[in-house]
Design a protein around this ligand. Sequence first.
Ligand code: MSP
Length: 511
Amino acid sequence: MDKNFYITTPIYYPSAKPHMGHAYSSIIADFFARFKRICGYNVFFLTGTDEHGQKILKASENANLEPLAFCDLISKNFQNLSKTLNLTNDDFIRTTEKRHFDSVRALWKILEQNDEIYLSKYSGWYSVSDEAFYSDDEVQTKDEKNVAISSGSNVEWVEEESYFFRLSKWQNKLLDFYNKNPNFILPEARRNEVLSFVKGGLKDLSISRKSLKWGIKVPSNENHTIYVWLDALTNYLSALNYPDTKNKLYKNFWPASLHLIGKDILRFHAVFWPAFLLAAKIDPPKKIYGHGWILSGDEKMSKSKGNILDPIDIIKEYGLDPLRYYLIKEVSFGNDGNISRDQLERCINSDLANNYGNLCQRVISFLDKNLNLEIPNNANFENEDHNILNKFDENYYNLINAIDNQNINYYINFVINQLFAANKYFNDQEPWNKKNDIKRLNTILYVSLELIRKISILLYPVIPESALKVLSIFNVKETELTYNSILNNNFLNPKTKIKKIEILFKKIEKK
Ligand code: MSP
């Protein structure tokens, strides 16, 4: 079995500071990366910044800075955000780096050699905000402005010499590829969207701009700058040292296992990217997953709409793990999700403080008061003990499959149900009434501790810092964490002492 896993986030435009949509993509990718690591996979997790194109050039002009100085500054914010979000990315790529230039120019040359590129003239609409070309039927006039129907962004008319990629010739080959790889685009609704777009016919794609100077030059014609999307998409290869296809990173990790993206950039990833790759005789990635948008009051959260919940502010106020938990649990993955402070606070109180926090506190303080924090003997498990412990065993493959199918909701609901079940078990077993039956008392506590341990392993990809805090009381270290150990009902060593635990989550008092 292939034990390598390559996961990517989109590379973010450093046109402004990072917002919740960016944090969302990154947190979800980190969740998958962490889960795969504890399953024993060799994981490569990539994120970065997309620094060329008109949009960035404009933003740098507005800031009165040279484009590279501007990108240095804002890209730093994204690098810092990766740390603030506790991401385990293995690399952070910037498209202004030399390694990336080399890859993009190498890919261009191969496309040229393969006769996939020709010089002609582009006349049509262009949206700087989307960095996308639009045909007449994709544009409408609204409030006397020409806007792209799909995104609502302003478009301008462009007429200039341009290199074209022979996208039209890839229509049937792409359809064939989608057919043979039914999981290439997920979720299903996005796949259908792409299929109908491609079936509708593909036009050759303009892939260079003459009027734009900020970007990577076409190798054979320095008057042209490579289209920012061809440049940006190549980041997934350049981080693996493409065109050196013999090096270990490339050999281990290409084709990528999963490009995680937002639904607005589906066409670039699910149509243009595999077409470029097939044309260059490179295997396309295995899967593109287009997640939904984070909405605020039913609108996409974005700078231009001024409805941003700043991830940094939220983390300062509530902490990182509550935000991670909230985004992973409350936004039904694949769909749009409305987020608000109220819901976040409810989630902290009911799930984190009352459910997980409470389970850990009450079991461990009982152990402290009655058994001096010593892990008791596990004696003989009875039926109700087996029943609850074996839930993990029974769901072992379901959880793996859920993650492999990006069914985050299944995963998180399983964890929540186990938390409820563990709290209920502790209540129903009433260890406080078993002080005369020490054997049973010991078993109940042993089982409760095992449940805390197993649940914490499953929570590790979601709320790593808190889960590790809990696991550290058992002396389980991050590097030793394994998913397989949820199968073990006798992992903990009787007679060893555990450490006390601090309060994990503070309840939010309603003002
Ligand atoms: N630079 C391109 C991606 C190039 S990848 C080769 C880009 N950058 S972006 O900064 O505009 O967006 C990056 C990602 O953030 C996209 O996947 C986008 O869908 C996501 N989000 C931006 N706003 C969002 C929300 N409000 N909600 C969820 N994600 C959204 O596109």
